[in-house]
Design a protein around this ligand. Structure first.
Ligand SMILES: O=C[C@H](O)COP(=O)(O)O
Length: 249
């Protein structure tokens, strides 16, 4: 079974009511590859605005969700609150949260479990630092981040794995097609070993890190790259070219 191409747009802490409405109306009017699953992740404050304006068929992700159902957790958002707002996906484990906000593997795993148990799809981010890559630890780091989740979650059918080397995020320094393919293939091997053939064949593994309308066409030709998680370029018209890059696969 061919895996459906998946493109996520992570707006991070960018945008305003006006600019997000503008991006959405651009996406609504654009001719998008109907075979690509498209999910945008605006800041939490704009999730409802996005759901109200984005056309059906295009989905919305939160950039984070908490692992507790409700209560005294100032600043957090629950899985049920996302569902109540028709938000169907969440990002989890983004390196900016792992590094800046010090989220560890166990916390990312607990949040992934809570989201999936509540019926929310998870774009699960993993990736190594430059130091880890240079010391040959890339595969070890990435698989140990995934292993923490596999200890709590057996059904990965609503997980999309986003491989995002930290050194490529927002730096303009994209991983080469070979570097990206090598890690994606290793992740697929790991899925096969830990979770079986079916999970390995069906799980989408997308690449993130300085993806642009220029480099996406070569990256998407790689057999284990099933789409992209796009930061900076998702705020620009170029996002449409990235969504449609699959057409040249
Ligand atoms: O979530 C998206 C990634 O962090 C990539 O961001 P970027 O495309 O700006 O490098």
């Amino acid at each position: 079974m061919a895996r459906q191409f998946f493109v996520g747009g992570n707006f991070k802490m960018n945008g305003s009511v006006e600019s997000i409405k503008k991006i959405i109306s651009y996406l609504n009017d654009a001719k998008l590859d109907p075979n690509t699953e498209v999910v945008i992740a605006p800041p939490a404050l704009y999730l409802l605005l996005a759901r109200e304006h984005l056309k059906p068929g295009l989905e919305i992700a939160a950039q984070n969700v908490f692992d507790k159902p409700n209560g005294a957790f100032t600043g957090e958002i629950s899985v049920d609150q996302l569902k109540d707002s028709n938000i169907t996906w969440t990002l989890l484990g983004h390196s900016e949260r792992r590094v800046i906000l010090q989220e560890d593997d166990a916390f990312v795993a607990a949040k992934t479990k809570a989201a999936l148990d509540g019926g929310i799809g998870v774009i699960l981010c993993c990736g190594e630092s430059l130091e880890q890559r240079e010391s040959g630890k890339t595969i070890e780091v990435v698989t140990s981040q995934l292993k923490a989740v596999a200890e709590q979650v057996k059904d990965w059918s609503k997980i999309v794995i986003a491989y995002e080397p930290i050194w490529a995020i927002g730096t303009g320094k994209v991983a080469s097609t070979e570097q990206a393919q090598e890690v994606h293939a290793a992740i697929r091997q790991w899925l096969k070993k830990e979770l079986g053939d079916k999970t390995a064949e069906e799980t989408r593994i997308i690449y993130g890190g300085s993806v642009s309308e220029k480099n996406c066409k070569d990256l998407c030709k790689q057999p284990d790259i099933d789409g992209f998680l796009v930061g900076g370029a998702s705020l620009k018209p170029a996002f449409v070219d990235i969504i449609n890059s699959h057409l040249c696969k």
